[in-house]
Design a protein around this ligand. Structure first.
Ligand SMILES: [Zn+2]
Length: 55
């Protein structure tokens, strides 16, 4: 199925079955998108994962 990127509004292909918390990457803006809902399917920008090595 195809969803709309919340960042650039471009089409993002999702493999079915879509699963919650699945991460997809937008082919247009390279944003990482997380599936945040299934009915209907919603996408949100995935939080940037930063390595935290402590100090
Ligand atoms: Zn995008």
């Amino acid at each position: 199925m195809t969803q709309t990127c919340p960042e650039c509004e471009g089409p993002v292909q999702l493999a079915e079955p879509v699963r919650l918390s699945e991460i997809s990457q937008c082919p247009d803006c390279s944003s990482e998108l997380e599936v945040t809902g299934l009915a209907p399917v919603t996408l949100a920008l995935a939080p940037e994962i930063e390595e935290d090595w402590g100090e």
